[in-house]
Design a protein around this ligand. Structure first.
Ligand SMILES: [Zn+2]
Ligand SMILES: [Zn+2]
Length: 135
């Protein structure tokens, strides 16, 4: 089984996981919009012990969303979302974007679709540019 490296944007926190993910959900709920500042999270789920921290684990800051089983974990320096153990302890949640190479992975579904951002349906049809468009 291959190993996938991960890190936050500033590089303080580094880790690796076996490429052994059982679920991959894009969650559009209101809480996930707030915590990402974007349309949805892209969360992988794996076994609780599938992580080796290489640096910065003690810096990882956790927030448990009141009244929900959801949480967030992030680097306090750069704000990147990072892996965390679910509140039930049954799964490790890994934000796909913190992996250096997630090319072997495919999302299985969109969840909390009814709560999606009002602008999200226009995302697919928006023009694509390789870099900042010239204005
Ligand atoms: Zn960082
Ligand atoms: Zn959500």
């Amino acid at each position: 089984m291959s190993v996938i490296q991960g890190r936050c944007l500033c590089g303080d926190v580094t880790f690796s996981c076996d490429d052994d993910f059982q679920q991959f959900h894009l969650c559009h709920c209101h809480q996930c919009q707030k915590l990402t500042g974007s349309a949805h999270v892209a969360n992988l789920f794996t076994r609780p012990d599938n992580i080796t921290w290489h640096s910065g684990q003690a810096h990882v800051t956790r927030y448990n969303i009141p009244g929900r089983l959801s949480s967030n974990a992030f680097c306090p320096t750069c704000g990147s979302r990072l892996p965390y153990l679910s509140q039930t302890g049954k799964a490790l949640v890994v934000p796909a974007g913190c992996l250096d190479d997630a090319s072997t992975l495919q999302p299985q579904d969109h969840i909390f679709w009814a709560e999606r951002a009002a602008w999200y349906d226009a995302v697919v049809d928006a023009p694509h540019f390789e870099r900042l468009p010239e204005r």
